[in-house]
Design a protein around this ligand. Structure first.
Ligand SMILES: *[C@@H]1O[C@H](CO)[C@@H](O)[C@H](O)[C@H]1NC(C)=O
Ligand SMILES: *[C@@H]1O[C@H](CO)[C@@H](O)[C@H](O)[C@H]1NC(C)=O
Length: 439
């Protein structure tokens, strides 16, 4: 897509969607038109089931439970020599992830696999306290990656116990984005339950001092630099233009008319407007797919969780990137969290819990990253060992490899998918040959 077209798209999406809400923190969603031929609906043949989970897996005084939703598709599953592919659900409706993870549906037959899509607690229908789940920090207290992984572990145990033939089969975790982080961490923390993990576009190092805070926006900028000569330069200049326009009432009026905003822009709204446009650039960089798609569920849409364990530092300097300079200020971030939610983040906990860069004692994880994807900056893009493997997809966007096969797929993504299948087949074969030795 050319730069002019992108600018137009931003303006149109703003015009169509914008009621400027000051203080809006989550990423605004942008709906590109869906091309039905490029987004085949394959995820249609599954059962929807519910499993009773403990609200708190790690304390003993709280005995409350809730129902976790999961989907099962077993059309291609074989009891003899088959496997179980588990999608470790991330922040959203699990049906949506099932719809957008065509890769699993595409490989089910080859791997004789049962597909399981497990919903993440606090999302979709898996709400620990129903409508009250997001009421306050007391109710949100059980929203953490540790609790989510424990849900997945309990679910797998349940499936192995109740589905004849499942017990003696290898399980592979698969996920994209935050779901990819969960897949990788699931293998690290529960290696006795999953034989391996495919972690697509999983920024497991977007924490603390593991990745420089400016890398993300630098990659966004590079993507636009590739879109056309002057593209990133025009965007860089646009901030100054917006500032200048919004310093006068006629300029504000002009912006209101041109962007077709629902109510007159005031100078207090300008940071929100700039935030909105920034998010649009980020979203466009993430979903730089070779075909039109309605896929957009941007990653950092976790209001409180970012305020607890998932502290991801971001910054810009306006030199190596096309944005206005903005420092990462943990103290301010922490104060904002406290004011809004009454909780303070624990920025060190993720590295303590999951090892940061010291993960070489683990095995059987494939980390895939599209090099256009801004999240690749916090991802694993080099092999760590023979069994902790990085796959780079040149010109690939945010977990393109997990999407269904289409005629528009570049050969790089076809190659990545076949490598991923090769690794999964090896984990499965190793599982069966170990099982034979043990019996
Ligand atoms: C999933 O796909 C089906 C079939 O295309 C569609 O009807 C349904 O609305 C989709 N659900 C979600 C949550 O995306
Ligand atoms: C990882 O290893 C390095 C070098 O040994 C050490 O400095 C660092 O503290 C370790 N990080 C964690 C999270 O254990």
């Amino acid at each position: 897509m050319g730069c002019q077209a992108l600018l137009l798209l931003v303006f149109l999406s703003l015009g169509a969607a914008a009621t400027l809400r000051p203080g809006l923190k989550t990423f605004g969603s942008l709906h590109l038109s869906a091309n039905p031929t490029s987004n085949p609906a394959i995820a249609n043949n599954y059962s929807v089931l519910y499993f009773e989970q403990k609200v708190d897996h790690f304390g003993f005084s709280d005995t409350r439970t809730f129902k976790q939703r999961y989907l099962i598709a077993d059309k291609h599953w074989q009891k003899n020599g088959g496997s179980i592919l588990l999608y470790t659900g991330n922040e959203g409706d699990i049906v949506w992830f099932s719809n957008n993870t065509g890769f699993m549906w595409d490989v089910a037959e080859e791997l004789k696999a049962m597909l399981v899509f497990a919903e993440h607690r606090y999302y979709g229908e898996s709400l620990p306290f129903g409508e009250d789940s997001f009421k306050d920090s007391q109710h949100l207290n059980f929203l953490s990656s540790e609790q989510a992984l424990a849900d997945f572990a309990e679910l797998i145990r349940h499936l192995k116990k109740t589905i004849p033939g499942a017990e003696s089969q290898p399980v592979i975790a698969i996920g994209g984005s935050y779901g990819g982080m969960l897949a990788a961490w699931f293998r690290m923390k529960y290696p006795h339950i999953v034989v391996g993990a495919l972690a697509a576009s999983a920024p497991i190092w977007q924490f603390e001092e593991l990745t420089p805070c400016g890398v993300f926006m630098k990659i966004v900028t590079q993507d636009f630099r590739k879109s056309g000569p002057h593209c990133s330069e025009s965007i860089r200049k646009s901030w100054g233009a917006i500032n200048q326009l919004s310093s006068t009432s006629s300029g504000l009026q002009w912006l209101t008319n041109t962007l077709r905003l629902c109510r007159p822009l005031t100078s207090e709204d300008v940071p929100t407007l700039k935030g909105w446009i920034t998010e649009t650039w980020v979203n466009l960089a993430m979903v730089n797919y070779p075909y039109a798609t309605n896929f957009l569920q941007p990653l950092p849409a976790w209001p409180i969780k970012a305020c607890t364990e998932m502290v991801m530092p971001f910054c810009t300097n306006g030199v190596g990137d096309m944005f206005e300079p903005s420092l990462w200020d943990l103290e301010k971030f922490s104060d904002d969290c406290f004011n809004q939610w009454g909780v303070k983040p624990r920025p060190h906990w993720m590295t303590t819990l999951y090892g940061g860069k010291n993960i070489s004692s683990h095995s059987n994880i494939v980390f895939s990253n599209g090099d256009l994807d801004p999240w690749s900056g916090g991802g694993v893009t080099k092999d760590i060992s023979d069994t902790l493997v990085a796959i780079i997809i040149p010109d690939g966007a945010h977990h393109l490899d997990l999407r269904a096969h289409t005629a528009f797929d570049p050969s790089s993504v076809l190659l990545s998918r076949s490598l991923e299948v090769k690794h999964m087949k090896k984990w499965i074969a190793d599982f069966y040959s170990n099982a034979k030795w043990q019996s």
